[in-house]
Every structure is written in C-alpha cells, then in structure tokens.
Write a protein that binds this ligand. Structure first.
Ligand SMILES: [Zn+2]
Ligand SMILES: [Zn+2]
Length: 145
C-alpha cells in the first residue's frame, strides 16, 4: 500500500482519510506525515475527521467540544429554530429528532444543537451563524444535508 498523497511506496503507517479523489474513490490512503498535514486530520485531538457526502469533513471530538460549549443555549436555540419553521417541516424534523434522541439519549434540543455544531465545524462557521441560516430559510435542510 502506498501513500496516495506523497507517493511513498512503503510507509510504516497508513491512514484512511475521508478525502474524495479525482478517480472517484471516497477516501485517500495517507502516510503519517501526510495525514498530520491534511485538513481531514485534527491535530488537537489526534483524530481523523468524519467525511460527509458533500466532501466536507469534521473532527468528531471538535463537534462534541462545540456542542458542550453551547449546551447552555441548546434549549433556547432549539425553540427558536423549531418555531421559525412551517408546522409540517417542524414535524418532519421532530420525527428525525425522536430517532436520534433514542439512539444518543440526548434531549431534542441537544440533538438540534449537535446538527448545528456539526454543520458549523464542516463549514467553518459559528453555531449562531448556522442557526441564523436555518431560521432565515425556515427549513432544517441546511443542517440535515
Ligand atoms: Zn505521504
Ligand atoms: Zn478535533
């Protein structure tokens, strides 16, 4: 196995990064050096990012940190978002939240905050900026994609 970034043919370590390649492959094999310089690797947490269908990536621990930093405003943000949406959209979102809530054990508002924090990490925005966009468009599509 070779590093698909620097071309090293015999690295002692290979990481699978969630970086889409031109040949259509959804991931990229990288040696330790290339991994540590990649945007799909978090130096702070020494962790490879999760990849998303649109090609963005985010560190799961950074998402958790951001979620915890904003936990005190989870309930006001969640209420603000749900009340900004059409009733049918809010109901669709609530259905999704119930599933996620059962899986994670989080309250509905923390599930919404986690969606916001994930999108924020993927796009380099703050949780507030992502929330504003959802409220402006009156739709949760932006954070569910
Ligand atoms: Zn390399
Ligand atoms: Zn991180």
């Amino acid at each position: 196995m070779k590093c698909e970034i620097c071309g090293d043919k015999n690295p002692s370590f290979i990481a699978l990064l969630p970086i889409v390649q031109k040949n259509g492959s959804l991931c990229t094999m990288a040696c330790r050096e290339c991994m540590s310089q990649s945007h799909a690797y978090c130096k702070k947490h020494d962790m490879i990012h999760m990849g998303f269908v649109d090609g963005t990536t985010a560190c799961p621990s950074c998402i958790a940190d951001l979620r915890n930093e904003n936990i005190t405003i989870a309930s006001s943000l969640g209420t603000e978002i749900l009340s900004s949406m059409e009733v049918s959209d809010a109901e669709d979102l609530s259905d999704l939240i119930v599933d996620a809530s059962e899986f994670t054990g989080w309250s509905a508002h923390v599930v919404i905050l986690n969606y916001l924090a994930t999108k924020a990490m993927r796009t380099g925005q703050s949780v507030r900026e992502v929330a504003n966009r959802v409220i402006e468009h009156r739709s949760a599509n932006y954070i569910l994609q």
